[in-house]
Design a binder for this molecule. Structure first.
Ligand code: SF4
Length: 474
């Protein structure tokens, strides 16, 4: 399960070069996508940029020094296609009748096939199968009709369904920062007063990197236009509720980021405490799965009084490795990534804490690693309740069939992973830990109830997204 994108935009009111700022900001967002990265800037020769595949340094590397510009957008992307094509990498540079723009997008447009059909019938040609290109074409269509970015994006917002946090760079260097009305994905704006630098980004950790304190989290359904003269906001669409992705709090966002007023680290600590209160265990040590289970394990240890030990070490230099198919290879990959600290495990009753169980295969191998290191018992406790349904709002989930909890009881999942006991946090415990009301969160992968504005037929949505969602670029 992977987050699929991170976006950043930077504009210097002093008209100084922002290439290095965007490059550094992309490093801060690297956890949101490792398959490709790109930067487009408004410089002396209009909008120019570059994209490449791999981590930020691999994708852009020394070629970044060829770029120049005082305003620009950047993007990191994750894709599940074996071949991550450059064409699908972002930002996407798109021409319309009177100019061009570069667009960086995080999310999934659930009605993109319908919109694509409509735009095709109007004469638009598509080079990729991505929803990003559909957003760009829709924007180009309304720009041709209205001639103004704010008006055109306002029309787009009326038609786009699903999750989107996007940043558009126009050919005058202005930035347009837009968030969907339910606010699935994070998006924020900061300002570095010494440098007179505006920064818009998926996460506040990127603002910190650029020494640009948070001005505000972009209000769901609104647009922020940033120019050298300052910024102005406009509410484009309204929704009766919010649907912030609970997984941003549980796993995706960096612990040092703040998402709509909630610090991720503090949320994870509280979620761990709730887990400890609701799912205790008779055990000697609490062991986190690094790094995803670490903060929740601390909370669990606080709530239960069971000491926390770093019983598993992570090899940080593994990077992306091609995982050979087959059970044995997968098991060996877990061994490359994780190694138990034997004296902390041997003869102990271990409570193993992780953020979630998706397919169950990795957890099964970790349990077996701990047993191999001499653990007397292994009790698994999970921050996130059972994942039973797919995600259509920007997270790359396996199909429902592959989700281990979608058609098994907790006891059956316990048998699959080979633990002595297994307990999941409750939905109430998760919500309490995050610290937002239920109506402000998306919990669809836990409940199967999708908070989209229009009623959707999940079977046809799965079918329509099926073939293309793995090629979708957000
Ligand atoms: S379905 Fe789950 S992963 Fe997808 S947006 Fe909702 S909470 Fe996040």
């Amino acid at each position: 399960m992977k987050e699929r994108c991170g976006v950043i935009g930077a504009l210097s009111a002093k008209h100084r070069d922002v290439v290095a700022d965007i490059y550094r900001g992309l490093y801060a967002l690297q956890h949101r996508g490792q398959e490709s990265a790109g930067i487009y800037l408004r410089g002396s020769q209009g909008i120019k940029g570059l994209k490449g595949t791999g981590f930020v340094h691999e994708a852009l590397g020394s070629r970044v020094s060829e770029l120049e510009g005082w305003s620009g957008v950047g993007h990191v992307r994750y894709s599940t296609t074996a071949k991550s094509t450059l064409e699908e990498a972002q930002p996407l540079l798109y021409s319309w009748r009177n100019g061009c723009f570069a667009l960086a997008f995080n999310g999934t447009i659930t009605n993109f096939l319908e919109l694509r059909e409509k735009l095709s019938s109007l004469g638009f040609k598509f080079k990729t199968e991505t929803d990003t290109e559909v957003i760009a074409a829709l924007l180009a269509y309304y720009l041709a009709e209205l001639g103004d970015y704010v008006d055109a994006l306002s029309k787009c917002a009326e038609e786009l369904e699903g999750a989107y946090s996007l940043i558009v760079l126009d050919d005058e260097g202005s930035l347009y920062v837009v968030r969907d009305p339910l606010g699935f994905k994070p998006l924020c704006l900061g300002f570095n007063p010494d440098e007179e630098l505006y920064v818009a980004a998926s996460e506040t950790c990127a603002l910190d990197t650029l020494n640009a304190p948070l001005l505000f989290h972009v209000e769901p359904g609104s647009l922020v236009k940033v120019t050298p003269r300052g910024y102005e906001t406009k509410q484009l669409t309204k929704a009766e509720r919010r649907a912030r992705c609970m997984f941003e709090y549980v796993y995706f966002s960096r612990p040092d980021s703040e998402f709509d007023g909630i610090w991720i680290y503090e949320a994870r600590l509280r979620i761990g405490r709730e887990l400890g209160k609701r799912c205790p265990a008779e055990a000697d040590v609490v062991v986190p799965v690094p790094d995803s289970g670490r903060t929740a394990a601390l909370g669990y240890s606080e709530a239960t009084g069971i000491p926390l030990v770093e019983g598993l070490m992570k090899n940080r230099y593994v990077g992306r490795i091609f995982i050979m198919p087959g059970e044995r290879n997968r098991n060996e990959m877990v061994r490359v990534k994780l190694n138990p600290v034997k004296p902390l495990i041997k003869g102990k009753r271990v409570v193993l804490i992780d953020d979630s169980i998706v397919r169950g295969t990795t957890m099964k191998h970790i349990v077996s690693l701990l047993r191999g290191a001499g653990a007397k018992e292994v009790h698994v406790r999970v921050s996130c309740p059972p994942i039973i349904a797919g995600c259509y709002m920007g997270i790359d989930f396996p199909t429902k069939r592959e989700l281990v909890a979608s058609c098994r009881s907790v006891e059956e999942v316990r048998k699959v992973i080979g633990a002595d006991s297994l307990m999941y946090n409750s939905i109430e415990g998760l919500i309490k830990g995050i610290g937002l009301p239920k109506e402000e969160l998306c919990l669809a992968c836990l409940t199967g109830v999708y908070p989209l504005r229009r009623k959707i037929d999940l079977n046809s949505l799965e079918l329509s997204l099926g073939g293309v969602r793995r090629k979708s670029s957000s």
